[in-house]
Design a protein around this ligand. Structure first.
Ligand SMILES: Nc1nc2c(ncn2[C@@H]2O[C@H](COP(=O)(O)OP(=O)(O)OP(=O)(O)O)[C@@H](O)[C@H]2O)c(=O)[nH]1
Ligand SMILES: [Mg+2]
Length: 380
């Protein structure tokens, strides 16, 4: 089964389907801010501009790490920065103007607002190679980019506390497929599953894990509780995270920061002592990029309550469900939504048990935007 986005782009071209693009701020400003001319960049670097990576975005300031050579950076000794004055207005109106992971071109400032950090201005941003985004939960029709330039997506869910939501995992998988970023699923808090008395829940978890593995995804069943960040990180995590910039996502309280800490990041992440989901707020407040002891980088995020995909046509959505790809274009109707249409190849594959009914339901939920806040865990 091909995982290449290019294949989908070719398919789209051949089918003459227009992909939706998101035009968020004035094209001209974007052109001025996004530096995509390598020659010009070289000249700027000779003139005293320097390259840096955004490690954290707060309300007033952006924290960044100078990056002379690709990935040669220290995420602890950061600079305080603001966006160049001429782009301030854009920054205020555009939520995604600067996001964690962005590569930026800066000029150092003579003065710093802080005694602790040197200060600079962000003059340009380099084009983003990859990004993970969702529909902004605050403003419909606005995109919220969680992070950029990542090479791997780790989706964390806990078996229990809070309980796993397979639909949320599917949403992330669809997005990763379209962005051509390798997704990995970590199912955490295995200790709680072992204590669980409901045999049917255990069976459900086993079956779902097998389903994702059979689809070609790496699934890691894990527990952090018995492991200490003082000891060597478990080999499976060490190998997984080295040589990558990994974005780690999932609900609040599933253990993202606990996993991050096992890899001994340059800055230890806060982990809530009480189970966070009972308190109903996030422990991690800002998305931040951290260098790990093994040389890899991780972007730890505050847990999210919803991950609504930006609008997708049925055909694009199906592409994100890898098991549906072989059936594309085999339905009676070209515009088949694979919902209840006659002679639908995908519905047939579901009844033949070639496609899981649960994954098909996930597809329908995304398509019809039902359970928009899939995976939301409400306090009881
Ligand atoms: N039982 C059990 N608890 C765990 C495990 N891993 C983490 N926890 C606990 O789960 C709670 C939340 O862990 P965090 O690492 O803060 O979760 P998070 O995903 O970073 O949460 P946010 O920052 O709010 O998004 C803490 O109380 C951890 O001690 C595990 O494997 N088993
Ligand atoms: Mg956290």
């Amino acid at each position: 089964m091909s995982r290449k986005k290019k294949d989908f782009d070719d398919y789209v071209k051949s089918e003459k389907i227009r992909k939706k693009s998101s035009k968020s701020f004035a094209e001209q400003d974007k052109k001025d801010f996004v530096m995509d001319d390598k020659k010009e960049l070289k000249e700027l670097l000779k003139e005293g501009y320097f390259l840096a990576r955004v490690v954290e975005v707060q309300k007033k300031y952006v924290f960044l790490a100078p990056e002379e050579k690709e990935l040669d950076m220290d995420t602890r000794d950061v600079w305080l920065s603001t966006v160049a004055k001429k782009f301030l207005q854009n920054q205020r109106s555009e939520r995604n103007f600067i996001v964690v992971g962005d590569k930026v071109v800066c000029l150092s400032s003579k003065h710093s607002d802080s005694e602790e950090f040197p200060q600079c201005t962000i003059e340009y941003r380099l084009p983003r190679e990859t990004q993970i985004s969702r529909v902004d939960p605050l403003v419909v029709n606005r995109e919220h980019i969680l992070a950029s330039n990542l090479t791997q997506l780790v989706i964390v869910a806990s078996y229990l506390s809070p309980p796993v939501r397979w639909g949320l995992i599917d949403r992330f998988l669809v997005h990763a497929e379209h962005e051509q970023i390798t997704p990995i699923i970590i199912l955490n808090k295995k200790d709680l599953l072992e204590e669980e008395t409901s045999e049917s829940f255990k069976k459900e978890c086993e079956e779902e894990e097998k389903l994702y593995t059979d689809l070609g995804y790496q699934v890691i069943s894990f527990e952090t509780l018995s492991l200490s960040s003082k000891k060597k990180p478990p080999k499976i995590l060490h190998d997984l995270f080295k040589e990558h910039i990994t974005l780690i996502v999932g609900h609040s309280g599933v253990g993202k920061s606990s996993i991050t800490n096992l890899l001994r990041p340059e800055i230890e992440q806060d982990v809530e002592e009480l189970e966070i989901f009972k308190k109903g707020r996030h422990t991690t407040t800002y998305t931040s990029l951290l260098k790990l002891e093994n040389g890899g980088f991780i972007i730890d995020t505050p847990g999210i309550r919803s991950f609504t995909l930006t609008e997708l046509e049925p055909i694009q959505l199906c592409w994100g469900f890898v098991e549906m790809r072989p059936y594309l274009n085999q339905c009676r109707y070209r515009a088949c939504r694979h919902s209840n249409e006659p002679d639908c190849a995908i519905i047939q594959a579901v009844s033949d048990k070639k496609i899981s009914a649960r994954r098909h339901q996930s597809y329908l939920n995304i398509l019809f935007n039902t359970q928009r806040r899939e995976g939301r865990y409400t306090l009881e």
